[in-house]
Design a binder for this molecule. Sequence first.
Ligand code: PLP
Length: 423
Amino acid sequence: MNDLALSIADTGLPHPLLVIAARAAIAAGDPDSAASEAQRLRRSLLGPAVNATGVLLHTNLGRAPLGNQHSRSALGPDLDDHPVRFSNLEFDLASGRRGSRAAHASLLLATLTGAEAALVVNNCAAAVTLVLAALARGRGVAVSRGELVEIGGGFRVPEVMEQSGARLVEVGTTNRTRAADYLAAAERDDIALLLKVHPSNYRITGFTEEAAVTELAKIGPPVVSDLGSGLLDERCPWLGERPGWLTGEPGARQTLAAGAALVTFSGDKLMGGPQAGIICGTADLVAACAAHPLMRAFRPGSLVLDALQSVAMAYLRRDADAIPFWRMARVPVDELAERAEALGVGRPSRTTALAGAGSLPGQEIPSAGIELDGDYAAALRAFDPPVIARVNEQTTVLDLRTVDPADDTVVAAAVRDALEGQS
Ligand SMILES: *Cc1c(COP(=O)(O)O)cnc(C)c1O
């Protein structure tokens, strides 16, 4: 199988997709068809298409064409030469018939997480709402009292539950909830789902207990885990190893392997992609979500799907440098310290960076940058482009963990400008 996959490597697909093509060819009893399987798979991805139908707003081809002001990635790295782009957004190139915009990314995300299927919506709040509306409307959903949380931007679990038409069934206590609490609820009530909400932006410490997904999966109703942060795989194969600051963060792949029927997460947190919400899990439950009328309101556009596909392909190629979040997160501190020296302004210093977006509360990422005595935040903000810094007790800190090396000169110029303005 692996040899067969390697033999079709010239199709340019990442290895995990070549394996899928090889497997399909073997399953069809025709190993020689591996190359054409790979080709079929490649053409099922979102990509550019020339619209010669005469229909200006072709629904299957993404309606209004994108121009240069839009995408620069998979829909057309050569967009400068082809300033107008239609795509196969809802077009099945194999059959020539209408396709589904959900299909392109589904295979990639499912491959990355080990799920049977995947679905993309506009954000994780929409993902949770859709799951609850599609699978638990008018029925009970068991949630631990310790997980009835508010996540940044006003995402409150009880309110989302209410909007979706599902009925909240609180189990356990604020600090301790056991599998037996969910089991008792399932026995006395009409429970459609057991929902776990990852405490992405706070921690309960001390005398605490929570039920593991493996235990919940034995109870009966499907387990849905709202992970939020969206770490695809705890082993971080795209990095080679898992960084210390990610310790304890659950991965989508591991949560599904532990028995969750569905996981939901954001595209723009630890996944490092565009704003999106992702639902991964069993084929029947994902299909039920896709078929729900709310999906029409939650579906993402081609720009988002295109960006998400690029990120998914980067993960499949294990190319962390193609994902800015991981590229920045994994730069060695010494390299940041050298850049801080090279700026030639301010006082080089060791700093601590954070994952942010409510992810990994309390986990510090070693970093480096420069410090300025005094509060220069406003002056730095006034620069063009604006530079946003932190201020701790009258010390301005510029952390290079989140600055692209190409912007070091901007940082240096902004600091010089700010210092001159105050003198
Ligand atoms: C961030 C988060 C959400 C909301 O995600 P959005 O993509 O911002 O809508 C929901 N649930 C959890 C656990 C989160 O961490």
